[in-house]
Ligand binder design. Sequence first.
Ligand SMILES: [Zn+2]
Length: 129
Amino acid sequence: MDALTTSERDHLATMLRQRKQPLRDEIRSGLARMRTEGYEELLSGTSDAGDESVATLLTDIANAEVARDAAELQDIIAAQARLAAGTYGTCIDCGTPIPYARLTAYPTAKRCLHCQQIRETTRAPFTRP
Ligand SMILES: [Zn+2]
């Protein structure tokens, strides 16, 4: 498999850049939502255990969304660092070029599909692509 061409690399760099800003906005609004619709405010004026568990659940969901967005943003920042270092698009496990098709689907992919599958079958679940 061939390494990325300059135009392919530029396209992926643009994809990463374009994804970054909305993600930042999502994290910001997610954090704002947690503050304004947070646990304490949902609880204010109520002492019902049912409301409390709903509030806890909503907070957990909001936390999970923000955590997921933050993890994706970190992946993008790491991918941009690899772009700057010239190691982007190379599998971190076996060192072969990651196919362009895989990178357009997962611009933050660190591994080729083969190594990713090995990782997913040998490691705990919930690993990210
Ligand atoms: Zn690999």
